[in-house]
Design a protein. Structure first.
Length: 123
């Protein structure tokens, strides 16, 4: 366990990185960056690969998808996180992500899958 003091939260820069259409899933893509960090082409390529290899099979397995979602690419202080979220027709959205607590671009650890209820109409 790390015994270092955790710094207080600082606002992060948010950017619209456009839209991707991957395997019939239309995704809005956003960047969320810590100070002195940027999203580069290898990060975007990795995120697209993650969507193709990990997200599309999960979308197909879940079924009842609306074909829409969003991706967040977040180079933070401790590494990079990539989060993918998509809507299904039971008024929920499903999430999966990969990330690394070690700033090594080739080392990734799956965090977890989430199923969150949506209260209200987000679409």
């Amino acid at each position: 366990m790390n015994s270092e003091t955790i710094e207080i939260y600082h606002p992060r820069g948010v950017s619209n990185l456009g839209q991707w259409d991957i395997g019939g899933l239309k995704l809005k893509v956003y960047g969320l960056v810590a100070d002195n960090k940027k999203i580069d082409e290898p990060m975007a390529t990795l995120a697209q690969s993650f969507v193709r290899q990990e997200v599309l099979p999960r979308v197909a397995d879940e079924g009842d998808e609306n074909g829409m979602g969003f991706v967040i690419i977040h180079p933070g202080e401790l590494g990079v996180s990539i989060l993918a979220h998509w809507w299904i027709q039971v008024r929920c959205f499903v999430s999966t992500s990969i990330g690394s607590c070690i700033p090594q671009p080739n080392r990734w650890t799956r965090l977890r899958d989430l199923l969150l209820p949506v209260f209200g109409n987000w679409l």
